[in-house]
Design a protein around this ligand. Structure first.
Ligand SMILES: C[S@@+](CC[C@H](N)C(=O)[O-])C[C@H]1O[C@@H](n2cnc3c(N)ncnc32)[C@H](O)[C@@H]1O
Length: 472
């Protein structure tokens, strides 16, 4: 971060504003809204500042700036639009050790004003660090349009119950659960709809219903993180990540998704590569049960979809057998994510009327697959975990009658910034895998639709003549 966003308490604090034009008026409005004691220094001023001065809301001193004006101030703002004066204001403030902002000259100051969404006491500051004030304004408009008009009333309503809730719910966990239930449920909806008396009654009965000793029950969500791009996460998955006390995740979950986990949630990495199971499945199951029994809200975060080659079924069975509350939140599986990203439809009226997801890796190595059925034309085969066995998979399909000219696409790191798509034919699989040095994670798509893959992008990126020869 170029700048750290902080919220400044200015009530009854002295703030110096040098200049009294339109930019100064805008800043003045904000400072007065924040309760600051504003002192304006300028030889002339606009009517708004004159009126505020007459009404006793600020003090206007009709004179030029003196560096000693900055002494004892909480903040200093230069808004004269004159380089020489603004520079002198910035230097004097820095010398006096007072945070300073110069309007339209962020490089001279020590802090910047964000774009503000004000639903007091809820306030949101947006900054692009001066990269694009128009972008900041657009973001503010979008946020404004998303937030209910009386969000401030809701915040004040919740604030008014903090003491009562703390007295009734001594543990932090139980308080958090209650607040989440209230914010997500009918009580908050009533406040936002202006039915505050009804909400107040409901809140009181909700608080009184619970005894201190009531045990907190845990829960596990088995969540699909998708193939990598964090924008492919479902809204439900995002909410689970934001509510979690503990997140247990594996190697396939991308950094962009991990960044969306609630900041103070515990993260447990149980890295899992095909030949390097760092934590055995039994231990993962036990870990989930243990945390849930301790009353925690657990997210078991898995790459793609938990129920597609993800062992989510085994985890769900174990949790249910242990009597732990559990649910599954689906994710975009690698096949659909990679296909979309590579521009490759898995079914197509002209090319493929069926699609099969198959693992390239069985429990004891070779997958248990009906190769004769898989080798039929006009269907798509998507092979997960198949790269290390790509040659033997291709051989099986050829032996069972699939044409050597059948198009194939290998998608490595699908939907991520480093995605690569390599295309060719079934006969060229060994050359492709070795020539392109395909790494994990990667999917192999076999079938007529693979010819539609967007190979041009990969060729442009690689400029590899060997690949160019085999790509469509
Ligand atoms: C253990 S499986 C997990 C599949 C996951 N549950 C899903 O639904 O996508 C791991 C395999 O998924 C495929 N895979 C997962 N993410 C991928 C990605 N971003 N790009 C290409 N293949 C991916 C690879 O074949 C990898 O070996």
């Amino acid at each position: 971060m170029e700048n750290l966003p902080l919220f400044f308490r200015l009530r009854a604090k002295p703030v110096l504003l040098v200049g009294a034009g339109a930019a100064a008026v805008a800043k003045c409005r904000l400072l007065l809204a924040a309760g600051a004691e504003v002192r304006v220094v300028a030889p002339n001023c606009l009517d708004a500042i004159r009126d505020w001065n007459a009404a006793g809301k600020l003090r206007w001193e009709r004179r030029t700036f003196d560096p000693a004006d900055t002494l004892g101030m909480t903040l200093v703002i230069g808004a004269t639009g004159r380089d020489d004066i603004d520079t002198a204001v910035a230097e004097a403030a820095r010398w006096a050790g007072v945070p300073v902002n110069i309007v339209d000259r962020p490089e001279l100051g020590t802090f910047i004003f964000p774009s503000i969404v004000d639903r007091s006491p809820v306030t949101i500051g947006i900054s692009t660090n001066g990269a694009s004030p128009v972008l900041a304004r657009r973001l503010r408009e979008q946020i404004e349009s998303l937030l209910p008009a009386n969000l401030g009333s809701l915040a004040r309503f919740l604030q008014s119950f903090r003491g009562a809730v703390k007295a009734k719910f001594p543990s932090f966990e139980s308080r958090r659960r209650l607040w989440e239930e209230v914010v997500d449920g009918p009580i908050a909806r009533d406040v936002l709809a202006g039915r505050e008396p009804a909400a107040r009654d409901a809140m009181l009965s909700r608080i009184n219903r619970r005894r201190d000793s009531e045990p907190v029950t845990g829960h596990v969500d088995i969540v699909g993180a998708g193939p990598g791009d964090p924008d492919l996460l479902t809204i439900k998955a995002l909410r689970a990540l934001q509510d979690a006390d503990v997140v247990v995740h594996d190697r396939l979950v991308g950094d962009g998704v991990l960044a969306l986990i609630r900041r103070d949630a515990e993260r447990i990495y149980i890295g899992k590569a095909r030949s390097n199971h760092s934590v055995p499945q039994d231990q993962i199951n036990e870990l989930l049960v243990e945390h849930a029994r301790a009353g925690r809200r657990v997210v078991r975060l898995k790459g793609g979809d938990p129920f597609v080659f993800g062992r989510g079924g085994e985890e769900l069975e174990r949790l249910r057998a242990a009597g732990v509350s559990a649910a599954v939140i689906p994710g975009i599986t690698a096949a659909t994510g990679c296909a979309a990203s590579a521009g490759l439809p898995l079914t197509h009226r002209d090319h493929a009327s069926a699609v099969t997801f198959v693992t390239g890796h069985g429990v004891d190595g070779e997958p248990d697959v009906d190769w004769a059925a898989m080798a039929q034309p006009r269907q798509t085969l998507v092979v997960y975990m198949g790269v290390s066995r790509a040659e033997s998979l291709a051989r099986q399909l050829l032996v069972h009658g699939r044409s050597p000219e059948t198009p194939i696409a290998i998608i490595e790191n699908g939907t991520r910034a480093n995605e690569r798509v390599v295309t060719g034919t079934l006969a060229s699989v060994p050359d492709l895998v070795h020539g392109a040095q395909v790494g994990a994670p990667a999917l192999i798509v076999v079938g007529e639709v693979a010819a539609l893959a967007d190979a041009a992008r990969d060729l442009a990126l690689n400029g590899n003549p060997q690949l160019a020869a085999t790509a469509v």
